[in-house]
Design a protein around this ligand. Structure first.
Ligand code: NAD
Length: 417
């Protein structure tokens, strides 16, 4: 059967609604995205030919504020994936208590086969196609898989050109020089590090001796690996799309990141003494204290959940665990910090960036990191307490807390007309 991440979303929301004892009327609207835009657009390639690309911008909910969520460039982007990613954003913003709803965008494209100029033209044309949907008070894009600060700069410029003046608050994750926030580049990984540190504290597992395996060495996985090793835990395995490497004594994360910054996604060719090459699947099954899936969806599934040996899973990626895998992990006593909490650091600092943009303020990096730490620690405390109090998984607990806030917003606003 084809895996559909939006089915996961519906099952998870429905489960949380049952735990909360909600009436179907209370949450039925939240099972559907508010708006879905699909676009097809031509782009002139470097060789003079025209190619048509498909893109999406989907807004799941604006009940708690403007929609917020990244833009993904990937060959597997499709409507159900973007719908799921948009819904996860609504719940993520609610669980950490920032005043946004959820949205997400994507373009179906394999960026490894394109030049930088082609990626820029795709970005600018995609931005112009979704332009009526986005804006600082409507829907604010940010980076996701295969998009970065440079892409956000092009999006901000395209939007600003159409308005006739600079609108920095239309996207977050921009370069600092044009309104980006200090600390945004590392924020998601920092949130994953804080989640790891806090959950280990709650489980009485010493952070300084903990062994950690991380799938994905991009913005989320790479920064998580860096900050987690800097804080003293032992990163023993990392991977990217090409494969992984393992050394039970620990890896030199800084050297690996240096290598990747030159070689791109080619971790399997990295060499160092005592390193064993492993597959992504082998990485997921390693005997470690903490496993951090930080790449794509559907990595922990019914096929491998029974073989996971980690004591704790901290979801850096969005949707890396299927509903079936969740049940298996729960029955095996593995604690899982869910994506909507563990990787919320990025959207929290995006919120700080937007706040600075609309007030024309600029915060120092220490202030950003300190505020992020406070929000993450509070959210983890709340989710962990409800998880213990009701004997539910941390995912169900996080969804209950978030769903309650979204449902309350809907009740307070009422149903139009
Ligand atoms: P990225 O493009 O910077 O990095 C993705 C990494 O995953 C790369 O190392 C890539 O080689 C690897 N990868 C891709 N496909 C893989 C596969 N099939 N198997 C193993 N590895 C694979 O992306 P990112 O921004 O780090 O995003 C990673 C995940 O985190 C996504 O689920 C994204 O939605 C989520 N996320 C990102 C942010 C953010 O601020 N960037 C915030 C929250 C959540």
């Amino acid at each position: 059967m084809q895996y559909n991440p939006y089915d996961n979303v519906i099952k998870t929301i429905t489960n949380a609604a049952q735990v909360l004892g909600l009436d179907e009327n209370d949450y039925i609207a939240i099972l559907y995205p508010e708006r879905e835009l699909k676009v097809s657009f031509p782009v002139k390639m470097d060789d003079g030919t025209l190619r048509v690309f498909e893109g999406y911008r989907i807004q799941h909910s604006s009940l708690r504020g403007p929609c917020k969520g990244g833009v993904r460039f990937h060959q597997d982007v499709n409507s159900d994936e973007v719908k799921a990613l948009a819904a996860w954003m609504s719940f993520k913003c609610a669980v950490v208590g920032i005043p946004y709803g959820g949205g997400k965008g994507g373009v179906k494209v394999d960026t490894t086969k394109l030049s930088k100029d082609e990626i820029e033209r795709i970005t600018r044309r995609y931005t112009s196609m979704i332009l009526p949907f986005i804006g600082p008070e409507k829907d604010i894009p940010a980076p996701d898989v295969n998009t970065n600060a440079e892409v956000m700069g092009w999006m901000m410029d395209t939007y600003s050109m159409m308005q006739g003046y600079a609108v920095p608050g239309v996207v977050t994750g921009k370069p600092i020089e044009i309104g980006g926030s200090l600390g945004r580049g590392e924020a998601t990984g920092r949130g994953v590090m804080i989640s790891t540190r806090e959950i280990l504290k709650k489980l009485n597992i010493p952070f300084s001796k903990a062994t950690v395996a991380i799938q994905g060495m991009g913005n989320v996985g790479g920064v998580s690996a860096k900050l987690i090793s800097e804080q003293g835990a032992v990163v023993v395995a990392v991977s990217d799309v090409s494969g992984g490497i393992y050394n039970p004594e620990g890896l030199d994360v800084s050297d690996i990141r240096k290598y990747l910054s030159v070689r791109g996604n080619l971790l399997k060719d990295y060499t160092a003494p005592d390193i064993k090459q492993i597959t992504n699947e082998e990485l997921l099954r390693l005997p470690v204290d903490v496993l951090i899936p930080a790449a794509m969806e559907n990595q922990l599934n019914a096929g491998n959940a029974g073989y996971i040996q980690a004591k704790v899973i901290v979801e850096g990626a969005n949707g890396p665990t299927t509903v079936e895998a969740d049940d298996i992990l729960k029955s095996r006593g593995i604690t899982l910090v869910p994506d909507i909490l563990a990787n919320a650091g990025g959207v929290v600092v995006s919120y700080f960036e937007w706040t600075q943009n609309i007030q024309a303020l600029f915060w120092g990096e220490d202030e950003v990191n300190e505020r992020l730490n406070r929000i993450m620690v509070n959210a983890i405390d709340e989710v962990f307490s409800l998880h213990k109090e009701k004997d539910i998984t941390m995912r169900t607990s996080a969804y209950c807390l978030a769903l309650q806030k979204i449902v309350t917003a809907e009740k307070l606003r009422g149903i139009f007309p």
